[in-house]
Ligand binder design. Structure first.
Ligand code: FES
Ligand code: FE2
Length: 446
């Protein structure tokens, strides 16, 4: 059995390396900023490239495109994760041009140079036509550093950057109990947006907008009372009371349908909470603790607060992870190759399905009751679409993210106005300031 962790992440707010400075529009709209980010930010940071499960076996590969760069992630025949710049050493063509899959060898589509799963050049058609021959070691694919954490493959193009462990720092231990790597992927979506990649990332760095554009959240969370965490290296986090309502609004007499479903999920009776809606949060902790094993979930690694609440972490520079005991959502902003006014927003949804072995180990009868349903029989296909698909209602990334996406292109448009100079942040938006102060530090702009 795993140990109960601390009730809350024990984190000292780590000051940014620079004092707070105004966040001006230039960084969202200027091509020179985009270029600087390519050279000094993305080329020096640890980046989430793909899921470890998508490169589980030798020959499985994934292509990670970030701005103009492309990185090929592979599993070698010896079982190691490896990554290379996706650039053929003959004349520079992209070696793999689709998202991923399985291949016996990596063969460049242009003239057929062929590389093995470790990136080594193993075949050159008509090799005798190269005067002096080909040094196959020198012309193997150029390697990129790799690491794994939370079931994700991370890559780093800089040899000078710290290790992935040092980069993630305390976040490794804080997030570990959620065991995201053991959850099942149930959704894989990419939307192209008409905004700078940081505009959408900033949106997930503050809760100030939640009362205003996400009315459904007042039925689930107490966002105004959230606890913010500022970490070293520009990472941030927020812990939000869940299974409750926003107490700044009138407290309803009866649990709303969302809270009712949550109570029933763990064998409780919603009628017991008539007139006591604010008691649901603590009762959910008890219900989950008492009935979790019967439902097929092992909560021994979680504190009571973590059984009711939701935590969100922003990894510098472009990934957001939201965790709850049975669910996780990972989102990643990727810059457009050339246009600062466009980006890609990737969303991966994970769920932990009930496991009969948990009940068996606890010596109780297995009685699964999961509103999410049955595990998928296959890995979900990546669904790629545009913000217009969301605005027209043809696609959804959950109602909350859809609401954000409805607005975000107008944020980008306003950044171009002669009438806008700099952001004016409130105390609830301190994560955005912390992040941009680190960004300025890494880019060396002040
Ligand atoms: S560019 Fe790849 S084989 Fe020629
Ligand atoms: Fe939002």
């Amino acid at each position: 059995m795993r140990q109960i962790v601390e009730p809350r992440p024990t984190v000292v707010h780590t000051p940014a390396p620079l004092p707070a400075a105004p966040i001006t529009a230039e960084r969202y709209i200027s091509e020179s900023w985009l270029q600087r980010e390519e050279e000094q930010l993305f080329a020096t940071s640890w980046l989430v490239a793909c899921l470890e499960q998508d490169v589980a076996e030798p020959g499985e590969y994934q292509v990670f495109n970030i701005g103009r760069e492309s990185i090929l992630v592979s599993r070698t025949d010896e079982g190691q994760v490896a990554a290379f710049y996706n650039a053929c050493q003959h004349r520079g063509a992209r070696v793999m041009v689709n998202d991923g899959g399985w291949v016996g060898q990596f063969t460049c589509p242009y003239h057929g140079w062929t590389y093995d799963h470790a990136g080594k050049l193993v075949h050159v058609p008509d090799e005798e036509r190269f005067t002096g021959g080909i040094d196959k070691t020198a012309h193997s694919l150029k390697p990129v550093r790799t690491g794994t954490a939370f079931g994700l493959v991370w890559v780093c193009m800089s040899d000078e950057a710290p290790s992935l462990e040092a980069f993630l720092g305390p976040l490794l231990d804080i997030i570990a109990p959620y065991a995201v790597q053991d959850m099942t992927l149930i959704g894989d979506q990419t939307v192209s947006l008409d905004c700078n990649w940081k505009a959408v990332f900033d949106n997930f760095g503050e809760l100030y907008h939640v009362d205003h554009i996400h009315p459904q959240h007042e039925l689930m969370f107490n966002c105004p009372a959230a606890t913010v965490h500022l970490f070293d290296r520009g990472h941030t986090g927020v812990v939000i009371d869940g299974h409750t309502v926003n107490p700044r609004l009138p407290i309803p007499d009866e649990p709303n349908p969302y809270l009712k479903a949550q109570i029933e999920k763990f064998g409780g009776d919603p009628a017991e909470f008539s007139g006591r809606v604010l008691d649901i949060r603590s009762s959910m902790q008890t219900l989950r603790r008492e009935n979790g094993a019967r439902r097929g979930w092992d909560y021994s690694a979680f504190s009571d607060e973590r059984l009711s609440d939701i935590e969100q972490y922003n990894f510098f520079p472009n990934v957001m992870l939201t965790v709850q005991p049975d669910d996780a959502l990972l989102a990643r902003a990727r810059p457009h190759p050339t246009d600062p006014n466009k980006c890609f927003w990737d969303k991966l949804t994970f769920h932990r399905f009930p496991d009969a072995r948990v009940a068996e180990t606890a010596g109780v009868a297995f009685e699964p009751h999961d509103p999410v349903g049955e595990p998928p029989t296959h890995r979900p296909q990546r669904d790629v679409f545009t913000q217009e698909d969301i605005i027209a209602g043809r696609k959804t990334m959950t109602i909350t993210i859809d609401q954000d996406i409805h607005l975000i292109r107008d944020v980008q448009a306003g950044m171009h106005s002669k009438g806008f100079t700099a952001q004016k942040l409130c105390e609830d938006e301190v994560r955005i300031q912390h992040y941009h102060d680190w960004l300025d530090h890494v880019l060396g702009v002040r």
